[in-house]
Ligand binder design. Structure first.
Ligand SMILES: [Zn+2]
Length: 237
């Protein structure tokens, strides 16, 4: 059944802010300054044949279909990691490069590969759909609206990956909003896109050391987690 149609629904600013602050707590004060200076606002818009985040003036827009696709992509990225990380670790431990023979010795490879390829198939169909309601979403994934505390450790890792990739997408759009208000965007659109990617990436990475001092996580582990989210977010953007 289709959900009732709507064009534009403002998002509680506290929720949008938490997506970024929870992903990069060490930059909370700077983020709040930007938020106040540029009066950032977020809104959910109707699904369409497009996907992704958009900015219009000071409003950053996204839709339900985009968020569902990002959720499935986060799960498929995790399954890819599970599928191929044994080969990467083995190659690192032995100094050998990953070759066909190493892959052939892995009895579980085909099953692991099928598990993320199935999700990518769903993503391809979803991208082409008009609405999230038209998509047969995978039944074996947790509900994207589930309470994080109710998830398994592995599901929590994917949840964090999806939130951080969303933060990357939001931050990319934040830079578009700043450029628009300050009227200082690079003249060529591709250069503006690169500048927005650089802003989002640096916001997530530049002050990891100061965050690491406040947690039990090492800077390397935080970097690894955020780099994975940036890869997913950049792919998505
Ligand atoms: Zn952009």
């Amino acid at each position: 059944m289709k959900t009732p149609g709507f064009n534009f629904r403002p998002v509680d600013q506290a929720i949008a802010e938490r997506v970024i602050v929870d992903s990069v707590p060490e930059r909370a004060a700077e983020l709040r300054e930007i938020w106040a200076k540029y009066d950032l606002q977020f809104a959910v818009v109707s699904d369409s044949l497009k996907i992704g985040f958009r900015s219009r003036g000071k409003v950053i827009e996204f839709d339900n279909k985009t968020m569902r696709i990002l959720w499935v992509l986060a799960h498929s990225a995790w399954r890819m990691f599970v599928c191929y990380s044994p080969h990467v670790l083995l190659a690192l431990a032995t100094g050998c490069s990953i070759d066909l023979e190493m892959m052939q010795r892995d009895q579980g490879l085909e099953k692991a590969r099928a598990s993320f390829e199935g999700l990518l198939y769903v993503v391809r169909n979803a991208v082409a759909a008009q609405s999230a309601d038209d998509v047969a979403w995978p039944l074996d994934l947790p509900d994207p609206m589930a309470d994080r505390s109710s998830l398994s450790a592995e599901q929590k890792a994917v949840f964090d990956l999806a939130i951080m990739a969303t933060a990357y997408g939001f931050l990319h759009e934040v830079q578009h909003v700043m450029f628009a208000k300050d009227k200082n965007a690079p003249p060529r659109r591709p250069d503006e896109e690169i500048a927005c990617d650089v802003f989002a990436r640096d916001f997530l990475l530049a002050k990891i050391d100061s965050y690491a001092k406040t947690t039990s996580w090492s800077a390397d582990l935080i970097l690894m987690k955020r780099a994975m989210a940036i890869a997913l977010g950049a792919f998505f953007v």
